[in-house]
Write a protein that binds this ligand. Sequence first.
Ligand code: AMP
Length: 218
Amino acid sequence: MKQEFIFIGPPGSGKGTQTKMLAKDFNLPHIDTGSLLRATIASGSDEGKLAASFMDNGQLVPIELVSKIIKNRLIQDDCAKGFILDGYPRSIEQAEALDTILSEIDKDTDVKPTVFYFEVDQELLIDRLVNRRSCSKCGSIFNLKTMSLEYKTICKKCGGELIRRDDDTEEVAKKRFETYFRQTAPLIEMYEKRGWLKKLDASLGIEEIYKNLVGAIK
Ligand code: AMP
């Protein structure tokens, strides 16, 4: 049975960390629009330049570009068994575009995605974001506050260099929250009405959240 998951939650709510764990254990592709967009920027294309002009301001990248990127990714062979969408959709408009894409891809099945909503207090999130570091090599995510001194600049999993994302400053983080509450939060009600939504307490520790996540699937 195909398994489709959508993770929704404010910036820094831990979606990325939980998606990585679930993707590994369930052998599903992790589709993260933020990373796909950062790869488009790194390619130096005009589309990348357009994406950067929105991302640098904490705004949503135009739907045409995001829909194109996500559709190209979802039609890949590895998505035939399912996928985890991390950070997409982020607006009612994108959710409607996803409905269309999925109705084309899942023509012969009646698969319904499960939507996990990562619920957490905003104060805790700003703090998590400005202290977030990720490995430039393996993508693992760490928090400066909880790391031991020897690992503040290198990844303890692979030895790669730890970097801070350009948009993890307090100023851009605040704008990303405004965008989230204005455009993404309305999705929660929409998916709840469809009966697709499951809520997770994302203020808990990583292992506990994961236990609840897997428990809600089985
Ligand atoms: P993230 O890595 O998920 O925190 O996303 C970083 C930035 O990429 C966001 O602040 C947006 O500017 C952009 N972005 C990521 N996903 C989307 C999306 N689904 N739609 C539009 N913009 C997005």
